[in-house]
Design a protein around this ligand. Structure first.
Ligand code: ADP
Ligand code: ASP
Ligand code: MG
Length: 408
């Protein structure tokens, strides 16, 4: 008998019929004698609908009120799933994040989990109940409802698995595993049998939304056995996120390609080339809680230089406002910005031992006439910023150039 946490995403609970399907799958596991905690997302499209509603009231919705509302989608699906399970003759109970007591900080809309009270869930499991928990939400010390950021139900699933020391955390979604790249963009993409934590972290942080990055971080930190599977297929082993680089993985130079259009680029032209300049520009941006991703500083000439960096598109206008007084103070020539950019990244632990990945990447993009605006690298990834309109083309040609469609 194992203790298993299963998480079902929005599409998997997108209609009453699909909720019933999930119930049947849960029942199958339960009948095999396992203890089950099931985390569900809101029905697909529901969270987007709620976000749009909030924006009709306030252009920038009040974060506390936003969370009160955004968390309601999941409250509907937990009850629906519990009902479907009861209907199948199982014992089931649903809980909101606050009822479990998933305690978070008070950073509304992007709260972090501080602790989880597992007593109530354990008692229910011992008594034979399937425990159904709302994803994406928690409660702060003062009792306010909080949410964990978009895609946060993955993080709820992994956090519960960590707290309960579950044998496995299974993320059921609308694809049957983690692919070499988003199969919606490249139909030839191939499912990976396994991917290392490091690679999955990079893929998630670079834009592959199949797992929310914080769920991967948590799984790594607490040694949670994590697997991505299809909620629509009966069989299939999905993709296991592994701690070890097996031989199989080492042979392949790349595991996947990630992309995202969530960033915007800001360039400050003609700032004095002297110590402390990066700090003077980026310090206030960081102080405003804006994450800076790529940073490029040009070689100075005539005592002047240019600095470019990228931020999340949601923070773009705010960052431009912050830079206005800095521009004046530094007597910088100009601040340029644009949000029509995309970041495309190739990821793989095999990169450590394979030379030539960068040159293949740059040559492939050059052959398509795609201009690279920025480059950043780490030991296991290379990212480039390009014009957004070439993003899908870039992903497709790179996928082909690196032979990712072939079985490794
Ligand atoms: P859920 O609602 O189940 O949480 P998501 O939409 O958040 O599902 O994540 C699943 C989607 O992630 C897939 O439908 C797919 O389009 C996308 N995706 C992006 N990159 C990848 C990848 N490398 N492998 C698999 N799916 C990916
Ligand atoms: N319902 C939330 C969202 O759409 C959380 C999730 O699905 O993981 O972002
Ligand atoms: Mg998701």
């Amino acid at each position: 008998m194992a203790l298993i946490v299963q998480k079902y995403g929005g599409t998997s609970v997108g209609s009453p019929e699909r909720v019933k399907n999930v119930a049947r799958r849960v029942a199958k596991w339960k009948k095999q004698g396992h203890q089950l905690v099931v985390v569900v997302s809101a029905m697909s499209g529901e969270t987007n609908r709620l976000v749009a509603l909030a924006k009709e009231m306030q252009a920038q919705p009040d974060p506390r009120e936003f969370d009160v509302m955004a968390s309601t989608g999941e409250q509907v699906t937990i009850a629906l799933l519990a009902m479907a399970l009861l209907e199948l003759g199982l014992k089931a109970r649903s809980y909101t994040g606050g009822q479990v007591r998933i305690l978070t900080d008070s950073a509304f809309t992007k709260a972090r989990i501080l602790s989880i009270d597992e007593a109530r869930m354990r008692a229910d499991l011992e008594a034979g109940y399937v425990v159904v928990v709302a994803g994406f939400q928690g409660v702060d010390e003062a009792g306010n409802i909080t949410t964990l950021g978009r895609g946060g139900s993955d993080t709820t699933g992994v956090a519960l698995a960590a707290a309960l020391k579950a044998d496995e955390c299974q993320i059921y979604t609308d694809v049957d595993g983690v692919y070499t790249t988003d199969p919606r963009i490249v139909p030839e993409a191939r499912r990976l049998k396994s991917i290392t934590f490091e690679e999955m972290l990079e893929m998630a942080s670079l834009g592959s939304k199949v797992l929310q990055i914080r769920s991967v971080e948590l799984a790594g930190k607490y040694n949670v056995r994590l697997r991505v599977l299809s909620s629509f297929e009966e069989e299939g082993e999905g993709t296991l996120i592994t701690f070890e680089e097996d031989k199989h993985m080492e042979q392949a130079s790349l595991s996947g390609i990630a992309f995202n259009r969530d960033e915007a680029k800001i360039t400050i032209l003609g700032v004095p080339d002297r110590p402390g300049i990066a700090y003077q520009i980026l310090g206030p941006v960081g102080d405003a809680n804006i994450d800076v991703d790529m940073i490029v500083q040009n070689v100075g000439h005539d005592g002047m230089t240019d600095v470019s960096f990228t931020v999340h598109r949601n923070d773009y206008q705010k960052a431009l406002q912050i830079l206005k007084p800095i521009q004046a103070h530094l007597k910088a020539r100009e601040v340029l910005g644009g949000d029509k950019i995309a970041k495309v990244s190739v990821v793989g632990v095999g990169m450590r031992s394979h030379a030539g990945i960068a040159s293949t990447m740059f040559r492939t993009l050059a052959e398509e006439g795609i201009n690279i605006q920025m480059i950043s690298t780490s030991e296991i990834k290379i990212s480039v910023v390009i014009d957004e309109k070439y993003m899908e083309l870039a992903v497709r040609v790179l996928h082909k150039a690196f032979g990712l469609e072939q079985a490794a």
